[in-house]
Unconditional design. Structure first.
Length: 206
């Protein structure tokens, strides 16, 4: 049943919301609390990152946007060293793989269930059919229509394009816009393709 999937999703959100604050205290780190606030809301200067240790234990942190990956690695109990420092991105998951043979990291995105629990929207061009089913207001039929339309047009360029789908009107779109978004890179690509200069290059400058 569709509702069973969404109910399980709601239960998962509730569990995550109760575990996230607790994980801050049980995950062993060397982070400086003066530099990294434990509880804060994401915003212009605060982002959310996840750190997963080699045992699979994870912790969610609200950190200043100005922090970089190398700073995080220095503050965590690991010997991982990176060749080139990079800024942290909102919603990023940092997975630490520490062993006697080698130490390395893998960067990815926080799982969709955790993102939704944290109030973070999902990229409509990246989310899977099953992940769409976790979004309030989206059932099996709507999720299938979104996936099929995305495949048909090669990805949504604007979130408003969802209203081209049967069954998604202004009221439903307003609800979905709280949980879904289109990445800035996708929107920028659309602007470049629609500019006269780009159109000229695509057609040999004629």
């Amino acid at each position: 049943m569709v509702f069973d999937v969404q109910i399980r999703g709601i239960i998962a959100w509730s569990i995550l919301l109760s575990v996230i604050p607790f994980s801050y205290f049980v995950i062993p780190t060397l982070m400086d609390n003066d530099q990294i606030p434990a509880f804060s809301k994401p915003g212009q200067n605060i982002i959310v990152v996840e750190i997963v240790d080699s045992k699979g234990t994870s912790g969610i942190y609200f950190v200043p946007r100005s922090l970089t990956l190398s700073y995080i690695l220095r503050r965590v109990d690991t010997n991982v060293v990176i060749d080139e420092d990079v800024p942290l991105n909102n919603g990023e998951s940092i997975r630490l793989h520490v062993s006697e043979e080698n130490n390395r990291i893998a960067l990815g995105q926080i799982d969709s269930e955790k993102r939704l629990a944290l109030g973070m929207p999902l990229d409509v061009n990246e989310v899977s059919f099953d992940e769409l089913m976790l979004v309030p207001g989206i059932g099996k039929s709507t999720a299938r229509k979104i996936v099929d339309r995305r495949r048909e047009i090669g990805g949504f360029r604007r979130l408003e394009d969802l209203m081209d789908i049967s069954g998604i009107k202004q009221k439903k779109y307003k609800t979905l816009s709280q949980y879904l978004y289109v990445s800035a890179n996708r929107q920028e690509k659309k602007k470049m393709e629609s500019s006269p200069q780009t159109q000229g290059r695509k057609h040999g400058g004629l």
